[in-house]
Design a binder for this molecule. Structure first.
Ligand code: FES
Length: 112
């Protein structure tokens, strides 16, 4: 299998309700994941671009979080309406969506 052009890992981690950190699952992460899968499939892009569920990405208060490889671009606060924009602007046009990025100056450094 060739490497995907872009591979997005979307946190779907769930913690018990009321947990102080919250979790992406409680912010509708599963719907964001399903929307990525559906959009990529509908556009015939599934062999080049991939969406995969991930566990906790360790920035729980900013979820729904995701990270795109190979660049290592992180996104925060994702909702279903952001999916088409990320596919069209980042995946296809090569321009990460700046206002949705979690780390812009220190890519990959976690809040803890
Ligand atoms: S629960 Fe999603 S980043 Fe921690």
């Amino acid at each position: 299998m060739d490497q995907y052009k872009k591979h997005i890992f979307i946190c779907v981690n769930e913690r018990p309700k009321g947990h102080e950190k919250g979790s992406c699952a409680h912010r509708n992460a599963e719907a964001v994941f399903r929307k990525f899968r559906a959009e990529l499939s509908a556009r015939g892009l599934g062999n080049e671009y991939k969406a995969t569920k991930s566990g906790c990405l360790a920035s729980c208060s900013t979820g729904v979080n995701a990270v795109v490889y190979p660049e290592g671009i992180w996104y925060k606060g994702l909702v279903e309406d952001d999916v088409v924009r990320i596919i069209e602007e980042h995946f296809l046009a090569g321009r990460p969506v700046q206002e949705l990025r979690l780390f812009q100056e220190q890519e990959g450094k976690l809040e803890g």
